[in-house]
Each structure stands twice: as C-alpha cells, then as structure tokens.
Design a binder for this molecule. Structure first.
Ligand SMILES: Cc1cc2nc3c(=O)[nH]c(=O)nc-3n(C[C@H](O)[C@H](O)[C@H](O)COP(=O)(O)OP(=O)(O)OC[C@H]3O[C@@H](n4cnc5c(N)ncnc54)[C@H](O)[C@@H]3O)c2cc1C
Length: 447
C-alpha cells in the first residue's frame, strides 16, 4: 500500500495577520486543491484555507471519471491514487423501472490506459489532492491552513471588487489578494457574497439542486473486487430519483440515492425520505434484498448532502448562474457545476479551477482581477460546459419517464450497435447529443 491517508497532514506555519497573497483559495476539496495547485505551479503566492482537518470525509458517490483523471494526472496525483487501493470502473450498468438491465462497457482503450474512471472513497481521493496542493503551495512560498474557516469575505465598495477574507479557527487573521477563489462547495461564503449579497441574485434553485443520501456497506453480493461496473438503478420505487451501487474498494460499496429537491417535495410516503427509501431498497426490495442479506452497514457512514446541478436555468442571463465578479471567481460546487444526469461534479470542479487560474496574471492584475476577466471566465466556462450540461439535463428528464426508460434498456440489452453508441456517449459528451435527438431515438429504440 502507498500513502497512508489516515495520517494528519502537516500544513506548516500559519499566515501572519495582514499577510498578502496573489491568490486566496477558500475550500480545500478537489476544486480548491486544484485551483491552489495550478496557481502555485504558475508561480503565485497562494493562501489555501480549509475549514475541516485532514483526513476529512466528503459525502459522494466516489466515482472519479475520465475528465477528472486528466487533471489528476497533470497535477501529479494519479500515480498516488494508483499506489493505493481503488476500484477500476470498466462499465456502467443501468436498470429500468421494470427490472431489465444492461451494462454499457467503457471504451476498452481508455480502460487499458487507466483513463476510463476509478472509484475510491473521497476520504482517500481528497486527501491526496490536498496533500499535493500543500506541497506545491508551500514550495511556491504560500501558506496552507486547515481547521480554519472563512468568516468574512471583504468587498471594496468604492472599487466594487472582492479584496480578501478574514479567517477564524487555527488562525484569526485578515488577508488580501487580487484574486479570491470560492471553492467552498455549495455553501461557499464567496458564492453567497457575490451572488446573493452583492448582486441580489438567486443562489439556490430547487429545480436544479439535488438532495442525496450515502452509506457504505461491506459484503454486498455480485460486485467486482477491484474492477467492474458501477450501477445506476432507475427502479420504479425511486424514479424520479436514482439509486446507485458503486464498489469503491475490495469488499466496500458506496450505496446512495438522489432526487432533485423540487421533485422530492412532491413525493409522499417513504419517497419523501431518501434514507427510508434506501432502507426499503436494501432490506425489502425483491430485486436487491438478496444482495444485501449478508452485508454489513459501516457505522457512521449514513449522511446526506446536496448536489448543485449545472443545468441551465430558464431565462437566466448568466448560466448556470453568476460565478464571478471583480476580484473573485467561484469553481466547482460553489459555481453549481455538477452534471445533472450523472451527478459527477469532481471533473467540472477541476476544469473550472484550471480555467480560473489560467485567466489570472499576478502582474497585470495586481490591483485586483478586473471585471472584464471575471466576465470572460463566465463566458468561457459556459462555452466549455454549457453544451454537455444542457444535454445531461435533457437526458435527466428522459430517464424520469418510466416507459421510455423501460424501452431504452430493453433495446440496449438486445442491440450491440446501440450499446456501442452508448459506450461512445459515456466517453464523449459530443456523442451524448444523439441520446436526445428524436430521429436517432426513433431509429434505435422505437423501430
Ligand atoms: C451524494 C453525492 C454523490 C456524488 N457523487 C459523485 C460522484 O460519484 N462523482 C463525482 O464526480 N461527483 C459526485 N458528487 C459531486 C461532488 O461530490 C462535488 O461536485 C465535488 O465534491 C465538488 O468539489 P468542490 O471542491 O467544488 O467542493 P467540495 O468537495 O464540497 O469541497 C468544499 C470544501 O470547502 C470547505 N469549506 C466550506 N466552507 C468553508 C469555509 N467557510 N472556509 C473554509 N473552507 C470551507 C469544505 O470543508 C470542503 O472541504 C456527488 C455529490 C453528492 C452529494
């Protein structure tokens, strides 16, 4: 076994009160760790702030897709992952409301090159991302703090720009920088400041926020040991939500359930509670209970969290919503970028972090990231992610329709050509466009 992710991370000396930085990063999840790493690699003096103390858990399905792996490799974290236990994802199994199922393999080349996807607990993945960020930030002359929360985001009312933060906990101090990155997840204080407080815009949207509940189990039957498929079940009792079973390690499985908040509010009975619904699926559902009969629940692992989807908001000028202003840029969940079909958010957190840092020049922007650059970030982010997030939103709506999902899985199980198209669609967002093209659907499913 490589790295031990149960060992505390030494983040070094605290910053002095008033110490200035080129870039302040609020939040040390994948988005923040990547932003801090990219900023340090570009020679910036960075302050990386995380409110939790490592190692820390993050409620997630734990799948790390191909998009994430490209960044993870670039930052030198892929080798660290490969030296620790992880599950190699070779395919995705879908089941439909009537109980039919189909497994779509991921592209063989990507699997062979170890670029298709992994699943491993976020406790482990995030630890490695943060450890690497700590190394890079400190090497470039910056500081890293943990167990320290951002309590105030500063705004210069004369020049209309974000100027820095005050932190509390490990260090009680105030810091200024021309660029503050908001990477604090869906409750990020930087996102709240720039969206709700300063621009009086809507931060939360229940049509585009998804509630989710996760548990870890050991001893679940019919899952791979170190490689195989991850499972997404669109069963009758769960639609309009979905249920996942993702092996993450030898004998350990991440089991969870998600449903868009606005849909969940309409449900009655056990469907109102994701925890109760999952309990029913595990202990009573005729298709699944046998697989859990000898399984053991990992105590303390049952927790809920939210996914801020990046689906387009109807009529909004900025999509999916405002993510930047002079002096500040939000990335990852703080920018509401989770894929509305797959629930994947790590890849977009890493991509947005890289984009944000690529637009910043510490010499040219020493007086603060100008509003034009903040606007450019929002435009480029949506140019890059808008098409795939919009496609995924359409697919999310298709899979909620029980009869269509039944038909789709039945045909996909029988037709190799359709399976091949779906394999492409899992690897390439461009190919996903087919999945909501009415002509393509009619040819492949209805005929
Ligand atoms: C149940 C569930 C299942 C999911 N499954 C998957 C999946 O399988 N694959 C996938 O790719 N994505 C999945 N996602 C989405 C994924 O978890 C997120 O998109 C991803 O974690 C976003 O990373 P982030 O760095 O933007 O935010 P986060 O991971 O939320 O990190 C934010 C960090 O900021 C810190 N922070 C918050 N406030 C402050 C503050 N005031 N001061 C300092 N620090 C602060 C937090 O402690 C945290 O460490 C899932 C999400 C959920 C809820």
């Amino acid at each position: 076994m490589g790295l031990d992710w149960s060992v505390p991370i030494d983040t070094g000396p605290l910053p002095d009160d008033g110490e200035r930085f080129d870039v302040i990063v609020v939040g040390g999840g994948p988005g923040g760790a990547a932003a801090a790493s990219y900023a340090a690699l570009a020679g910036n003096k960075v302050l990386l702030i995380e409110k939790a103390i490592w190692p820390r858990d993050k409620i997630c399905g734990d799948a790390v897709g191909g998009k994430s792996l490209r960044h993870v490799k670039e930052l030198g974290v892929k080798e660290m992952i490969e030296a620790t236990p992880h599950f190699r994802v070779t395919g995705m199994m879908f089941s439909s409301p009537n109980g039919k199922q189909v497994t779509i393999p991921l592209p063989k080349d990507d699997v062979a090159k170890r670029e298709a996807g992994y699943a491993l607990p976020r406790l482990q993945f995030d630890y490695m991302m943060f450890l690497r960020a700590t190394e890079l930030v400190r090497d470039a002359g910056g500081k890293v703090v943990q167990g320290t929360s951002v309590s105030n985001v500063h705004h210069d009312e004369t020049n209309l720009k974000i100027t820095g933060v005050t932190i509390e906990g490990g260090s009680n101090s105030t810091h200024m920088a021309p660029l503050t990155i908001g990477a604090g997840g869906y409750l990020c204080p930087v996102a709240k400041k720039i969206v709700e407080e300063l621009n009086l815009e809507k931060l939360r949207d229940e049509m585009h926020y998804c509630g989710a509940y996760r548990e870890y189990w050991t001893g679940v039957k019919d899952v791979g040991d170190s490689e195989g498929s991850i499972e997404l079940h669109f069963v009758d009792d769960v639609i309009p939500g979905y249920w996942w079973i993702f092996p993450v390690n030898e004998n350990v499985v991440n089991v969870g359930i998600g449903m868009v908040n606005a849909e969940r509010r309409k449900q009655t009975g056990i469907k109102k509670s994701l925890k109760k619904l999952q309990h029913y699926l595990i202990h009573e559902h005729p298709r699944f209970k046998e697989r859990f009969v000898d399984a053991t629940f990992v105590e303390g692992s049952g927790k809920g969290w939210e996914l801020p989807f990046g689906s387009p908001r109807k009529g909004a000028a900025l999509q999916p919503r405002r993510t930047a202003m002079a002096g500040a840029i939000c990335v990852g969940d703080a920018a509401s970028l989770v894929d509305p079909f797959s629930g994947e958010g790590v890849g977009n957190a890493l991509l947005s972090a890289k984009l944000a840092i690529s637009l910043f020049d510490r010499e040219v922007h020493s007086e603060g990231l100008p509003v034009e650059v903040a606007d450019e970030y929002m435009v480029r982010l949506w140019e890059e992610l808008g098409p795939e997030l919009s496609n995924s939103f359409k697919i999310q709506r298709i899979v909620r329709r029980k009869r269509l999902m039944n038909l789709f899985v039945r045909k996909a199980a029988k037709r190799p050509a359709l399976q091949a198209a779906l394999t492409d669609a899992l690897a390439s967002k461009e190919a996903q466009k087919k999945l909501h093209n009415p002509l393509w659907l009619a040819r492949n499913i209805l005929l």
